[in-house]
Design a protein around this ligand. Structure first.
Ligand SMILES: *Cc1c(COP(=O)(O)O)cnc(C)c1O
Length: 486
């Protein structure tokens, strides 16, 4: 990487240098004291860097080149779907009518934006096989919590106040038990069997009249499709519970299978994963929730409806769990997802799944001779290797991840899921070419060989990055917040 010694912006600073030029003042000058109460005024000048426009331009451009994103390199982060974000989405989201619409505008003046949202809901209903969809939740975990609050409201409306347990398999995404807790429910864990799937006997053992719901991540965090969903659905429904589908990773089943047809009562989607919204870094997400008929009364309000007089927000929902997000979700992300669905069309969305699954299986089988593969069956959109063979050679999964940085890759997810020793969880995504997959596979093979022949090179990686190996504990506990002037 070039520009090893990129100075801090404060080090570039030269007293009196400015990055702007303003015309002569042509109105009467007003002193700050006249407009701002003195209590709020600084007593000393703020310590800001003083640089020219060109200096600052180059500074941030250089910094941006050190960043890793989907647009700059392969990013096989399992459980997160870091796939390419088509630029047509950005063009559409920037159309003035969408970009400048104000959330407090009168409904009559925002009919086009509301039509887009309504239409998106209709597409998501079709895609998931559900009866109604809300676009309010801002992320996947937020959707989970919203869905569980609806399930809770449903049971309480039936006088079922003792349904407080949510069954979550140990192969679920980590947000599932967290959402159950935040929704005021108790999590009961069911074990996986030797194939990495929910153990039906263990499930039967924990199901009782106090079950509110089963939350299923499908494919589970091992990237495996749960084989016994219909049995699980009848076990839970017979006990009076509801079925929740964590559909964050819908690119594994999109256009092939629908949660609604499998017996699920609630599903959330991650538009910032499957439907190409950019994410990461805590940016805006969108976690729509779809429900079956008997949960519709509990949807967050307002509900976006279409009537003879156009699109409206319906607040007259006496059984609603209430509002879960200001306004109506993250509009910009919803515009991007809508653009994606419309530009792909039904055949395109089917190809998404086929390539996501093909790419993951191709990579898994090519890496299988070099890394341990704890679960041997075909995977869906992602797979989990174990670095235990390399660990015996003194090379940990963390070292392998660091070594990948030397080759310009964002490492996969590591040490998750917890039930796999030295886990390496890879999601290639459907948007990568075979050449990109092959290059990454070859580097992974090279690292496995290095672990055998020259382990230090892996243990001491990265060697070619701007910042070498960090002491992660100190970096987390004592982040350097700013440069102190000498
Ligand atoms: C990413 C993910 C979530 C959580 O989504 P956020 O938008 O990060 O809150 C939940 N479940 C699964 C399976 C996921 O992959």
């Amino acid at each position: 990487m070039h520009n090893e010694n990129q100075p801090l912006i404060f080090e570039l600073s030269k007293s009196g240098r400015v990055g702007y030029s303003l015309p002569e003042l042509d109105v009467e000058e007003v002193s700050l004291e006249e407009v701002i109460p003195s209590d709020y005024l600084r007593t000393e000048d703020a310590d800001l860097p003083e640089v020219s426009e060109l200096d600052i331009m180059r500074h941030y451009t250089a910094l941006s080149r050190r960043n890793h994103g989907v647009d700059s390199g392969f990013y096989p982060l399992g459980s997160c779907t870091m796939k390419y974000n088509p630029k047509i989405n950005e063009n559409v989201a920037r159309i003035a009518g969408f970009a400048h619409v104000h959330p407090l505008q009168e409904e009559e003046t925002a009919q086009g934006a509301m039509e887009l949202l309504f239409d998106l809901q209709e597409h998501l209903k079709e895609i998931t096989g559900m009866d109604e969809v809300t676009l309010q939740p801002a992320a996947g975990a937020h959707g989970e919590w919203t869905g569980l609050m609806m399930i809770r409201a449903y049971h309480e409306a039936n006088g079922d106040f003792n349904r407080t347990k949510v069954i979550v398999p140990d192969s679920a995404h980590g947000t599932n038990p967290a959402s159950a807790t935040v929704a005021g429910l108790e999590t009961i864990t069911v074990k996986s069997d030797e194939n990495g799937l929910v153990d039906l006997e263990d499930l039967k053992r924990v199901v009782d009249s106090d079950v509110a719901a089963l939350m299923l991540t499908n494919p589970n965090t091992l990237g495996l499709f749960e084989q016994h969903i219909l049995e699980m659905a009848s076990i839970i429904h017979d006990a009076g519970g509801k079925l929740y589908y964590d559909g964050a990773n819908l690119n594994a089943v999109l256009s092939k299978a629908r949660p609604g047809d499998m017996g699920f009562d609630v599903v959330h989607l991650n538009l910032h994963k499957t439907f190409t919204g950019p994410h990461g870094g805590g940016g805006p997400g969108s976690g729509p929730v779809g429900v079956k008929e008997d949960l519709i009364p509990y949807l967050p309000k307002p509900v976006l409806v279409k009537t003879d007089t156009g699109y409206h927000f319906d607040y007259n929902r006496p059984q609603s769990i209430g509002r879960v997000k200001p306004f109506y979700g993250n509009f910009g992300i919803n515009v991007r997802a809508y653009t994606y669905i419309r530009s792909m069309g039904p055949d395109g969305l089917k190809a998404v799944t086929e390539y996501a699954v093909l790419n993951a299986n191709y990579m898994m089988r090519r890496l299988e001779p070099f890394y341990d593969l704890p679960y041997k069956q075909h995977c869906k959109h992602e797979f989990v290797l174990s670095g235990r063979r390399q660990k015996k050679l003194g090379v940990r999964t963390l070292d392998i991840a660091k070594r990948l940085l030397d080759f310009g890759y964002h490492p996969p997810t590591i040490y998750f899921p917890l039930n796999v020793e030295e886990a390496i969880m890879i999601e290639p995504t459907e948007t990568e070419s075979k050449e990109t997959l092959d290059e990454f596979i070859n580097i992974m093979i090279q690292i496995a060989k290095e672990a055998e022949e020259n382990p230090e090179i892996v243990q001491e990686a990265p060697h070619y990055t701007v910042v070498k190996r960090l002491d992660e504990t100190t970096a987390a506990r004592k982040p350097i917040l700013r440069f102190e002037k000498q």
